[in-house]
Design a protein around this ligand. Sequence first.
Ligand SMILES: Cc1cc2nc3c(=O)[nH]c(=O)nc-3n(C[C@H](O)[C@H](O)[C@H](O)COP(=O)(O)O)c2cc1C
Length: 158
Amino acid sequence: MKALIIYFTSLGRTKKTAQAIGTAMTNYEVDYYPFILKGTFGMKVSIQTQHTKGDFSSIEQELSKLEKIEQNYDLIIFGMPTYGDNPPNAFYEILKRVDIKEQKVAIFTTCSITGKKTLELMEKTVKDAGAIIVSQARFKGLFRPKLRQAHKFGQHIN
Ligand SMILES: Cc1cc2nc3c(=O)[nH]c(=O)nc-3n(C[C@H](O)[C@H](O)[C@H](O)COP(=O)(O)O)c2cc1C
């Protein structure tokens, strides 16, 4: 079986979490589709501000390649951090670029404390796009990502 993990990260925690999930999914051939913000913290904040204004030019290259990926995955996993109790704006743009109608989907968010609302918003968005949610998780880690939990989540999906 084939799975695709599409994730967004600014500080690197969602990347580590995505990899812990993917590594545990031994029955799947796992591809990763990362959106990684690079540069100083200030640069990352400024990119996110552009995204809030609807300007996604900083990640347009990744977005346009996403539109062209073959849609033959048994499962697509979306992994998003929680910023200000929301998924990043890029999440909604990513969803516009990938067809998930009748697609099996899992979702997760990484956060420090909250993240419940993020997961609810992600759930609503993927459901509205016609996907079937098979699993979801929130990984709360104040100081470091919850990689053991993420591994268990991957085993559960497997
Ligand atoms: C600008 C900013 C806003 C954040 N807002 C929240 C929040 O509202 N709730 C929460 O629990 N964690 C919040 N966090 C913590 C992140 O959700 C957490 O560190 C996450 O794992 C970061 O993912 P990343 O390393 O992949 O970027 C915030 C972090 C940043 C940098």
